[in-house]
Design a binder for this molecule. Structure first.
Ligand code: NDP
Length: 241
């Protein structure tokens, strides 16, 4: 089989960076995107010869299109798309401004729409492809003080299920990972008390690592997931939704 390629949107840090390393170690040609973290992206590139990094702001359609074009001209095709870019917002609902609400949706939902739309024509042409979207446990359960984030991540699940039905006949699978609490910059502001409380609610009694989410992504991209589409896989330490 020719070498498979993966484009990881939001691959500069955290879960995306762990996925970049894991896919690379498993023989994929890897392209990552960065927005603010060029330095981290350059370090990843340096540590993984042949990996490429492209600028991409998922809030802007032309920026997503440009990254997809650069990835395609560099590696010839995109077999796997991972929509990992995301932002959180911890705030009372009544204090969430319309601008904050829109930005969370623009990044987490519309960014995913832009990237799927940009990559799908070539996947449809080849009658094959894998799309992996990143939702969250909060998109399944809802989180207090994270209404905008929870709603956006629930939308990603809806997008995944509907798109899976639409493109199944073209041989493309669309699935979603919905991680629990993972040790990344996104949770850097949690106090020790918050972390302990989250661990207590988790059957495995700990926070997850980015690598544990990356492993699920690798499975979803691989041959053993060929009959899986429209699904939400939840590396969350055992929380039953
Ligand atoms: P990080 O904050 O560590 O990383 C976020 C990534 O998203 C970075 O690569 C960042 O790029 C990128 N990004 C943010 N905004 C934009 C934008 N406008 N355009 C392009 N890229 C952008 O987060 P995590 O690794 O923790 O999260 C990754 C995904 O997993 C997110 O979708 C998040 O919602 C989800 N998730 C995380 C959980 C957790 O507990 N950590 C739990 C459940 C889901 P850059 O730094 O270059 O700007």
């Amino acid at each position: 089989m020719p070498q498979q390629t993966v484009l990881i949107i939001g691959g500069s840090r955290g879960i995306g960076a762990a996925a970049a390393s894991l896919f690379y170690e498993n023989g994929y040609q890897v392209g990552i995107t960065y927005k603010s973290s060029k330095e981290q992206a350059d370090i990843l590139k340096k540590n993984h010869p042949g990996m490429e990094a492209f600028f991409c702001d998922v809030e802007c359609e032309s920026s997503v299109d440009a990254a997809v074009e650069q990835m395609t001209s560099t590696f010839g095709k995109i077999d796997v798309l991972i929509n990992n870019a995301g932002i959180a917002l911890i705030k009372l609902f009544t204090e969430t401004t319309a601008a904050e609400w829109k930005r969370v949706f623009q990044t987490n939902v519309t960014g995913t729409y832009y990237a799927c739309k940009a990559v799908l024509p070539q996947m449809i042409r080849r009658q094959s492809g894998r799309i992996i979207n990143v939702s969250s446990m909060w998109g399944q359960t809802g989180a207090s003080c994270e209404v905008a984030y929870s709603a956006s991540k629930a939308a990603v699940i809806g997008l995944t299920k509907a798109l899976a039905k639409e493109v199944g006949l073209s041989g493309i699978t669309v699935n979603c990972v919905a991680p629990g609490v993972i040790d990344t910059d996104m949770n850097a502001e949690l106090t020790e008390e918050d972390r302990m409380a989250l661990c207590e609610e988790t059957p495995l009694a700990r926070i997850g690592s980015p690598h544990e989410v990356a492993g699920v992504m690798l499975f979803l991209a691989g041959e053993h997931a060929s009959f899986l589409t429209g699904q939400v896989i939840a590396p969350n330490g055992g929380i039953v939704i």
